[in-house]
Write a protein that binds this ligand. Structure first.
Ligand code: NAD
Length: 426
């Protein structure tokens, strides 16, 4: 039998996420005025690196994994974006995720471009030693692209502060010098930022609270459903619950649950950390996986993976508004259905930007050896995010465009202006 083809060979690519991004760019183009001649800049990544990641396994064998690091755009600053470990990672997915980072960093006006990385691996099947060797080899392979002024990785799906610590250490070993701000989302004892771990979830909550305010919805008692109960979903659930909202439904890769009175996010997180499945959680009834989308709610937070809400799913959803915790959870066809049904969607590039905003604080304070306490960080996060939210909301109202298009208009103008001012070289 011939060896399996790598996933980046054309016939095996899943190009759906990249096509989604291209469609989003097409939708913003009519609103870009003088900047539209530069828009093709966004339709291709600046550079993409494919690496082979050979790992010595515990049984003595050697396994090979595909790894990627993509810089979508660096007109406004170094590439910034997470690293995903997931069996479905592909080049096209990483390209799309890096492009969404370009839009996000511009929208919230932090001095970064967009990047992303990933390894096609199921980390739940690796021992801790294998995971460390995989991380270190991947980091060594992408070292030509990363650096505090070139490209700064961070956690994403299935990666965490420990993995960032290994990446920082591997980079330091190869450079012969410790530069803590080569990655963000590090453990606090290594220069990590106090509020980084739950920054994305907090940002999702802040955006939901702003939207509720504009729509005249009281968060107290509001019903919230969350897809994905990892870093983003569980973090957001905690903030919703603290504000008096009821988290009535949760879905993750293992199942779905429902509790009309609201479930206790802290207890659920403990249950999951202890290796429990959603369906085994006491204090909520188990739902069929797909029935999650039929639960009636006030706020829906997709916080798992991209492409979850297509036109069919969007037509079933009964909610007042959607806040995208995940990157790219709603397809353009799903967006059209929500628009027709008058259900606002707070787009990922705004709603989940809390993580990159606090990452920027971590990068900047590391570089200047400054220390900010949690209160200062949360205060500044709120300030940056609320300002971005207000500009998006007011453009959405004034131009009668959906929130995603409004966010893209603001971000693309900034990116393309920077691109034009820098000019072409040579
Ligand atoms: P995570 O690995 O901590 O959690 C992912 C969650 O999604 C898990 O609960 C998992 O069970 C669930 N999930 C995975 N596949 C699923 C499926 N097919 N159906 C239902 N649930 C599924 O990841 P995370 O860091 O919370 O990231 C979640 C999303 O948020 C991703 O789209 C990521 O790119 C985005 N995001 C993360 C951050 C961050 O700071 N971690 C920042 C911005 C955006």
């Amino acid at each position: 039998m011939s060896p399996a083809l790598p996933s980046y060979i054309e016939a095996k690519q899943n190009i759906a996420p990249w096509e989604m991004f291209l469609e989003q760019v097409a939708r913003v183009e009519p609103y870009l005025g003088v900047w539209s001649p530069w828009i093709d800049t966004l339709r291709r990544p600046r550079r993409a690196l494919i690496v082979d990641v050979p790992v010595q396994m515990d049984d003595g064998g050697i396994a090979h994994f595909e790894g990627y690091r993509v810089h979508h755009n660096t007109s406004r600053g170094p590439a910034k974006g997470g690293v995903r470990f997931h069996p479905d990672v592909t080049l096209a997915e990483v390209m799309a995720l890096s492009a969404w980072m370009t839009i996000k960093t511009a929208l919230v006006n932090v001095p970064f471009g967009g990047g992303k990385g990933g390894v096609r691996v199921d980390p739940s099947k690796l021992s801790i030693g294998e995971l460390e060797r995989l991380t270190r080899r991947y980091t060594a392979e992408i070292t030509p692209l990363i650096g505090p002024l070139q490209d700064i990785p961070a956690p994403d799906v299935n990666t965490n502060p420990q993995i960032m610590a290994w990446m920082m250490d591997t980079y330091a070993s190869r450079q012969g010098a410790l530069r803590t701000n080569v990655v963000t989302g590090k453990p606090i004892s290594l220069g990590g930022s106090p509020a980084r771990a739950d920054a994305t979830g907090r940002g999702v909550f802040i955006c939901a609270a702003e939207t509720a305010d504009h729509m005249g919805l009281d968060l107290k008692g509001a019903r919230v459903a969350i897809q994905g109960f990892g870093n983003v979903g569980a973090g957001a659930a905690r903030f919703f619950s603290e504000a008096g909202a009821r988290v009535v439904a949760v879905q993750d890769i293992t199942g779905a649950i429902y509790a009309s009175g609201g479930l206790d996010p802290a207890r659920l997180q403990e249950h999951i950390r202890a290796g429990g499945k959603l369906g085994e959680f006491t204090g909520a009834e188990a739902l069929e996986m797909d029935a999650f989308w039929d639960v009636e709610t006030d706020i829906l937070v997709p916080a798992a993976l991209e492409g979850q809400i297509d036109a069919k799913v969007a037509a079933r959803i009964k909610t007042k508004f959607v806040v995208e915790g995940a990157n790219g959870p709603t397809t353009p066809a799903g967006d059209d259905v929500f628009k027709r049904r008058n259900i606002p969607v707070v787009p990922d590039v705004l709603a989940n930007s809390g993580g990159v905003i606090v990452s920027y604080f971590e990068w900047a304070t590391d570089a200047s050896s400054l220390m900010w306490d949690e209160g200062q960080i949360v205060h500044r996060l709120r300030h940056v995010l609320e300002a971005a939210f207000q500009s998006v909301w007011s453009l959405h109202k004034h131009q009668n465009i959906d929130l995603r298009t409004a966010a893209y208009v603001l971000a693309c103008q900034r990116i393309l202006e920077a691109r034009r001012l820098r000019g072409l070289f040579p």
